[in-house]
Design a protein around this ligand. Structure first.
Ligand code: ADP
Ligand code: MG
Length: 398
């Protein structure tokens, strides 16, 4: 279903309520005040913000940040994000410590065209996550037009991502949304073959639907990270102390049976007695000793996976191959990042997504060599699985 985009609407003189994904990691600045730790998501929203400002709209930005549990939490205020955004776009960005209500409406009514304001964390209101109608209406009261550009939150049916769209006349996709949808539709619905999907990370349970969907389209599905041990256990291997999900063994088994001709599992592992910085790592082939846990893929697996990736015309990667946060378990993930970048240099179309995967990609220095780095984690998995995203579905049909 095609949705309205910024190209279909005239924003001049309008109050444009833009749902962005400013759920960024926070840090502490030298003077002890909170500041933005990583501004990738803020930068990703700039094309939409610029479009609205340059075309004479009033940009009213809303986002969630963290998990304040439906009540105000000063540690999760978006105030410092407004300052950061202001320095990025070289404009004065106002901040409102209220998210909805009369005071906000008055401030917005007093704004001039082409100016911008960021409202406080939507999750300070319990109505956000419950998709409460009154809260959604209160958000809609601030807007002539609603634009959703928060791909990272599009899998949530919350008031600011979905509910609000019902109460405005026009609800359109932002530029980041358009870009994400185009890249992800290409790999999901019309991939050039051979297609290689790489899935790793901590929990197989988060990603079962995505594994199932990708195993149907991909020619090779490379499994790494903690999720490999649940599969290896099913196949009768000793996995020692590795993290497995005992309640997912049956699902993993049926998945493996359905996909055994495309699914590859690690043949060797970097193991240690704990995922600790001072742990002594060694490489084992096949079974993992009783008192050890698998914390990265081993060199033979790296070779096999790299060869498969370099052969691909399409590559999708989500989930680190090991505990990449610790140097002695980072090699597998770094090797995969480099292989995906090398394949892209050789003309493959590549997509990498997931919070930890994107941070691992950054650590490898390969970010700029990937065709599309997604801002989504859960939203990316949901999209690739072929399931509905409420934040997209709620928008106005073109
Ligand atoms: P993403 O955020 O990219 O979707 P996940 O959140 O699913 O990725 O998984 C990332 C986490 O998985 C990392 O913190 C990493 O340390 C952890 N992880 C990867 N491999 C293992 C392993 N073998 N054992 C324990 N944790 C692992
Ligand atoms: Mg993660």
């Amino acid at each position: 279903m095609q949705k309205l985009t910024l190209d279909d609407i005239d924003v001049r003189g309008k109050r444009v309520l833009i749902r962005v994904d400013f759920n960024v990691p926070l840090d502490t600045s030298d003077d002890g005040s909170p500041c933005v730790g990583d501004d990738t998501r803020i930068r990703a929203a700039l094309p939409t913000i610029r479009h609205v400002l340059d075309n004479g709209g009033r940009a009213i930005l809303i986002s969630h940040l963290g998990r304040p549990g439906g009540q105000p939490d000063p540690d999760l205020s978006l105030a410092c994000v407004a300052d950061h955004l202001g320095s990025l776009i070289e404009e004065r960005v106002r901040f409102s410590s209220n998210t909805v209500g009369e005071t906000v409406e008055e401030v917005i009514n007093g704004m001039s065209d082409g100016s911008i304001i960021l409202l406080e964390n939507t999750r300070f209101d319990a109505g956000e996550k419950s998709n409460d109608e009154d809260f959604a209406k209160a958000l809609a009261d601030l807007a002539d037009v609603y634009v959703n550009d928060a791909f990272g939150a599009a899998h949530r049916a919350h008031a600011s991502t979905a509910g609000v769209a019902e109460f405005v006349d026009t609800a359109a996709l932002g530029r980041l949304m358009e870009k994400e949808i185009a890249a992800l539709t290409r790999v999901r619905d019309d991939p050039e073959h051979p297609m290689v999907a790489i899935l790793g990370g901590s929990k197989v349970s988060d990603k079962l639907g995505t594994i199932r969907a990708l195993s149907k389209t991909a020619d090779r599905l490379l499994i790494g990270g903690a999720m490999s041990y649940t599969f290896l256990q099913v196949l009768g291997h000793e996995v020692g102390e590795s993290r497995i999900e005992a309640d997912r063994l049956e699902t993993a088994e049926s998945l493996y049976e359905a996909a055994s001709d495309t699914l590859l599992l690690p043949s060797d592992h970097v193991v240690a007695d704990a995922p600790a910085a001072d742990a002594e790592a060694s490489v084992v082939e096949g079974d993992i000793p009783e008192d050890q846990m698998g914390l990265d893929i081993g060199p033979a697996t790296i070779d096999t996976y790299r060869t498969a990736i370099l052969d691909a015309a399409t590559v999708v990667w989500n989930g680190p191959m090991g505990v990449f946060e610790l140097d002695q378990f980072a090699e597998g993930t770094m090797a995969i990042a480099n292989a995906v970048a090398d394949a892209t240099d050789a003309d493959a179309f590549s997509v990498v997504g997931g919070g930890d995967s994107v941070s691992a990609l950054g650590k490898s220095g390969c970010t700029g060599r990937i065709s599309h780095v997604s801002t989504g984690g859960g939203a990316l998995l949901t999209f690739l699985e072929g399931a509905a995203l409420p934040g997209i579905d709620a928008l106005t049909d073109a």
